[in-house]
Write a protein that binds this ligand. Structure first.
Ligand SMILES: C[S@@+](CC[C@H](N)C(=O)[O-])C[C@H]1O[C@@H](n2cnc3c(N)ncnc32)[C@H](O)[C@@H]1O
Length: 389
């Protein structure tokens, strides 16, 4: 059990609040982690299989706990994400005060969450992150339109965005029969205290039942070591756009090559790829180099002006004639694309450096750091390519 002896302030208040609600911490405690807000650390040596945290269902906030007057007012088309955010933003009771006291503030979000950045910086995001942020703008706009019409004058856009981002960055997947009609990625729940656990590319096991959520140690942890869960096999562009951070080492990292590769294709080549459903979605991954899909446009480039062959999209997502499987001659084109990607990354960093007056320093630093990682990935892949040839 977590001992609260010697703990003061908001963390102790949260633990007392959790205890009253039946939350059990076993060998772990919340603490501040420099640069990451809150996190959870082991208070003793943990063994794999140790159940380190349980949160009973009545403490979990999900579709059934949203008050009926909110669900009714916002209508059946509202997302669970939007409803949970509305519930949080409209709640003026003190029931959740100890949990809320430790949540990130609007300023915390502004520092690192691309959805809140100035358009100039959003425009400089790598493609994958930019696409996610565009999608967030659309989703947030739809939810805010419903909330501002359903509850006129009750909330400002900023207040609702704060709640919406809290839901976006700290919900867990949670499916009950009542949620079946919602898309899988909207089947969400807020799980206080479990939501203090930070992400790593692998981590403790999270499960739920009709009783509650449990977090189980996936491996041994030393006393004082931070305990993680995995939010999913996410690239740094995804983590940046969704959660506002990137990792120094990320085995799931991937960089989209589209902006470096597509400009090299002429209109006929693009059409040919589009017909075969191979236009775009090219990736350089941390673990496996370029994906097989990327070889398809590279082969089109290597073939140059020669008569195109009919391209068929296979179930595997890769072209499937014998010639299609032959990547010979594509490496020089890949080298050019990687060079373009490294150049693009350097140019973005230069532009960001020149934008001293735009946005917050932390926003520019995070954005430039991501492009720095992309440059390193491109240069590393070029070296690998030349050592193989
Ligand atoms: C579910 S919350 C985890 C608890 C959070 N640190 C807090 O202070 O409440 C997710 C947020 O934590 C931060 N975070 C999680 N994992 C991180 C990591 N590996 N590195 C940096 N920040 C991380 C990000 O701000 C993310 O949006």
């Amino acid at each position: 059990m977590c001992t609260t002896t010697g703990m003061k302030g908001p963390i102790l208040d949260l633990l007392r609040w959790g205890k009253e609600k039946g939350v059990k911490l076993n060998g772990v405690k919340p603490t501040r982690i420099p640069g990451q807000g809150m996190g959870v650390v082991a208070t003793r040596r943990l063994k794999p299989g140790d159940e380190i945290l349980t949160v009973p269902i009545p403490t979990v906030r999900s579709l059934p706990t949203v008050p009926e007057h909110i669900t009714r007012q916002l209508g059946p088309g509202m997302t669970i994400h939007g409803l949970l955010a509305a519930d949080l933003a409209l709640d003026d009771t003190s029931h959740l005060a100890p949990w809320r006291a430790l949540l990130p503030t609007p300023t915390d979000f502004e520092a690192c969450t691309p959805l809140m950045w100035p358009a100039t910086l959003q425009d400089l995001l790598p493609k994958t992150a930019k696409d996610i942020v565009a999608n967030h703008h659309a989703k947030f706009h739809a939810d805010w339109t419903a909330v501002s019409q359903g509850f006129p004058g009750r909330l400002s856009r900023d207040e609702y965005m704060h709640a919406w981002l809290l839901v976006n960055t700290r919900t867990f997947s949670y499916a009950t029969p009542a949620m079946e009609k919602y898309p899988w990625d909207d089947q969400l729940a807020l799980v206080p205290i479990a939501d203090l656990i930070n992400h790593a590319d692998s981590g403790c096991i999270v499960a739920y039942s009709s009783q509650g959520f449990t977090v189980t140690a996936d491996r041994e942890y030393a006393k004082g070591e931070e305990v993680h869960i995995s939010y999913g096999d996410h690239s740094n562009d995804f983590l940046l756009a969704e959660y506002g951070f990137i990792m120094a080492r990320n085995r799931w990292d991937a960089v989209c090559l589209d902006d470096a590769l597509l400009p090299r294709l002429n209109a006929r080549q693009r059409r040919e790829l589009e017909d075969g459903r191979f236009l775009g979605g090219y990736l350089l991954t941390a673990e496996g180099g370029v994906c097989a899909r990327t070889r398809v446009p590279l082969r089109v480039l290597a073939r140059g002006a020669r008569t195109p062959r009919k391209m068929r999209s296979g179930a595997s997502g890769v072209a499937d004639s014998d010639e299609d499987k032959d990547w010979k001659g594509t490496d020089p084109w890949l080298a050019k694309v990687l060079e373009d990607l490294a150049d693009m990354a350097r140019k973005k960093m230069e532009i960001i450096e020149g934008l001293e007056q735009v946005g917050m320093a932390s926003q520019r630093e995070l954005l430039a750091r991501r492009w720095g990682q992309i440059e390193v990935a491109a240069v590393h892949a070029m070296k690998q390519l030349s050592s193989e040839s």
